[in-house]
Design a protein around this ligand. Structure first.
Ligand code: NIG
Ligand code: FE
Length: 423
């Protein structure tokens, strides 16, 4: 099969292909994926068909029709997988940023009717076309940072009709541009304002009025925020159990601000990911790794404590040592992380959570793909996977977290198409 696209002279080809493709990379395997010096990647249409050292390139498959991109000794790796965002929302919370700088906490602001609830007001009031424009604007930003697959949660409608609208917008945004969008239903973000003080009744409404209208093929995951001021562990368990019975994969926001036990509860149900986990202990992480046989991923969000001015960061180093696979994401949203810079999140995971550069790279690629059920499509370089690739303006993997806050992306290739070209 002749090549339609060839990336050659990749100084370091970071394959992110570890010792097993059967589960997320955990423990020592999170860092032990293959790097090919002076490598190439060949694609046919939207798929990778071959990769290896330049010395083994099959020149007979390179034709005048092959688009050749010379990486000239730079690092090449799979497109980033952003596995936790709240992509679709109206307005912004710049005013609350000021309140936070004056000392109010995240939960204080939420309890006063602000926080998530202020974005809910702005989102309900926004026309669908405006929500779509905003989502497309943010997706363009993500793509420039090298994100090629992105999870997008609902959760700023908190009523049946608006939640369905947000999922529609996420799917439409995915169709209108090249970054692949994987929608998640987070109607259980906090109880809707009409259900203040009645969280169980609110969840009952979601089970009766919204879940039956969703198709798990189109919206594969259901998520819930298990926290003081949101939903208890028992409420979260009941809700996730109902979602599971309807065929949805499960996710949870848990142990963000308190150690309630949400992560262990969701892991016991077979959740694909446990997100935030700043208050998850290494002991609980070891129990989870054991119980799930390394199939549940902890999604760490280091830009959130930074932006909320909190000292506590998830003990990522201890999680990896305990055998729990770790992914890293921005948590892009208008309240706790208005940043799309997944490279900065990667650096912060090294600086504040103790990940090594290689572990952190697996956390934003293959383990992130596992966290959204996309491991067969993306997250590592192997024949048959989507041709989602990045050329970076660095010469070694270790340089990636070092250039703090910089966007190292030179080229973005999605589905075999060269999109960003800073050359
Ligand atoms: O993941 N923790 C709950 N939800 C979001 C923040 C949402 C918001 O503040 O608007 C998060 O941090
Ligand atoms: Fe979140």
């Amino acid at each position: 099969m002749s090549y339609t696209l060839l990336l050659r002279h990749c100084g370091q080809l970071l394959t992110l292909a570890g010792p097993t493709a059967a589960r997320p990379l955990a423990g020592p395997a999170q860092a032990s994926w293959a790097v090919i010096p002076d490598g190439y990647v060949a694609c046919s249409g939207a798929r990778i068909v071959a990769l290896g050292p330049m010395a083994e390139l099959d020149e007979t498959q390179v034709t005048p029709a092959t688009r050749v991109v010379d990486a000239a000794g730079r690092v090449v790796l799979p497109g980033l997988v952003e596995c936790h965002t709240h992509l679709v929302f109206g307005g912004n919370r710049a005013a609350e940023f000021q309140r936070k700088l004056q000392g109010e906490t995240y939960l204080d602001i939420l309890a006063s009717g602000g926080g998530i609830l202020s974005t809910v007001r702005a989102t309900r009031a926004a026309p669908e076309a405006e929500l779509l424009d905003n989502a497309l604007h943010h997706l363009t930003g993500f793509r420039r940072y090298g994100v090629t697959t992105l999870e997008a949660k609902s959760g700023y409608g908190l009523e049946a009709e608006t939640e369905l609208r947000l999922l529609r917008v996420a799917r439409e945004a995915g169709r209108r541009q090249p970054v692949r969008v994987v929608p998640t239903f987070l109607g259980a973000h906090v109880p809707g304002p009409e259900y203040r003080g009645r969280p169980a009744e609110y969840l009952q409404m979601l089970v009766q009025d919204v879940l039956p209208q969703l198709n798990p093929v189109e919206v594969p995951f259901v998520d819930i925020f298990c926290e003081e001021g949101a939903f208890s562990v028992a409420e979260s368990r009941d809700f996730l159990t109902r979602a599971q019975q309807l065929g949805f994969g499960l996710k949870i926001h848990a142990e963000q601000l308190h150690e309630l036990g949400g992560c262990e509860m969701a892991a016991a149900l077979g959740a694909v990911s446990l997100d935030h986990a700043d208050y998850l202990t290494p002991e609980a992480a070891a129990r989870i790794a054991d119980q799930t046989q390394g199939h549940t991923v902890a999604v760490l969000l280091p830009l959130v404590p930074l932006f909320l001015r909190q000292e506590r960061y998830a003990p990522g180093r201890a999680f990896i040592d305990a055998g729990l696979p770790v992914a890293v994401s921005t948590d892009f949203n208008p309240g706790s992380c208005p940043s799309k810079n997944l490279w900065l999140a990667l650096s912060m995971a090294c600086l504040k959570m103790g990940l090594t550069p290689r572990e952190a790279l697996a956390a934003v690629t293959i383990n992130a793909a596992w966290a959204i059920g996309q491991q067969r499509e993306c997250g590592s370089l192997a024949p048959g996977k989507r041709a989602d690739l990045l050329v970076l303006d660095v010469a070694t993997a270790e340089e990636i977290p070092y250039w703090l806050g910089e966007n190292p992306v030179r080229h973005v290739i999605i589905g075999g198409e060269l999109l960003e070209d800073k050359a």
